[in-house]
Design a protein around this ligand. Sequence first.
Ligand SMILES: [Zn+2]
Length: 472
Amino acid sequence: MRRGLPALLGLLVLQFACRAQVQAPGADVLLITVDTLRPDYIHAYGFPLEITPSMDALAARGVLFENAIAAATLTAPAHASIMTSRYVREHSVGSRNGDTRLEGLPTLAEHFAEAGYETAAFISNVVLRRRMGLDRGFETYDDELPAQEQNRDRYFERFAEATARRALAWLGGRSPGKPIFLWLHLQDPHGPYTPPPGWSGKVDRVPLKLQSDLVVLSENFGRAGIPFYQALGEMRDPALYAARYAEEIQYADHWAGQVISAVEKRSGERGSVILLTADHGESLGENGWFFQHGQSTSPELARVPFIVAAPGLVPGRIAGPVSHVDIAPTLLALAGLPGLPGASGRPLRAQLRGEEVPEDRLIFCDTDGESAAYGSGAWTRIAGSDLSDRADGPGRPTQSETARLGAGGEWRPAELDSRAFRGLVDYLERRVPRVLAGPMAPEHIEELRALGYEAPLESDIEGREPSTDPGS
Ligand SMILES: [Zn+2]
């Protein structure tokens, strides 16, 4: 016993040291969200081609979460959940995309700003503009969107190089004394899949299950065809669309890497905490849906990459489910700051030391008319036409089902998971009233007109039904 005691004490000290190390008070913090990025198109997640060296390098020295679940399969609600650590039914954006506003909850950026961090965001998608309320807590919120992709007459975005260069310029102007919280949002993998010159043609074909040519739909939404805005000239082969999608990811990865390097160089001994994720995935033929998102909570839309690198963590992989709502608590905990009050997520400290997620954890994912609970290897959803997140009630579910992940990676119908179903019914009772974003700022209307486009009318925004256009 006597001889064993010092060894035991040594082990305890070592354990304590390990635990204490997964924290970096005063570290620089970089959050990267890549729009519409499926994890299975990242090499570190199993994509056969090495198109993502920056993300792979991050994963090699960080913790990769194999089953991270988006809070929503649409851009604005997913980002609102990332910034507040609340699920979609708990914030004022709800599952609407681009016409509701985040209000009334403390945000991740506010907490960093209050703690003395310099805060900045560089975004690339029109539904993240400052009128959506995601700018709160950011001293700099750069939402200039000068680019327009083909087939889109009203959506504006910014390509990765332009967004990243703005972020790099901002980084270059910071004094070394104060820590930073930087949010970089890159839009490129979002359709239409049009990589810029120099990036197109790098990937030959990415075979999908369906090998025959597709038709082009007359709408921007629908099954068994290419949504109108996604059509690339005369191209109809789905494998070529998947290749262009992969090239957009390769392009975004390059510019994400530039910003990661610049943050790390600046941080030096203070260290940096870096978290990379996506807002949602993309359907590439699953259930007959092509090149769309937002239509369901299904796994190809809900699964997102989630990679964390920070001083002192134990590099590895975690299989259990985690959520967008864990991002804010995790970043704050790593920076040694208190969490957001009332948060639905949890700091993933134990997972950054290699501990698995508790087996019984349920994670929620929403889109308009559908809510889901993800547990370990199971997806349970409740859907119904009157299940929209209206202020007047959760509606009556018309369909509920469970699918389980098979050994071959396929989701198969299974007996309804009663625990997940009960959890979901309880979740449907959480309903924060939606807040409409209101009319566009005059300068944005002028900006649209200057570019030769018709600006949306106020009545368009105020009276509009929840968007079914997954294109934003
Ligand atoms: Zn998105």
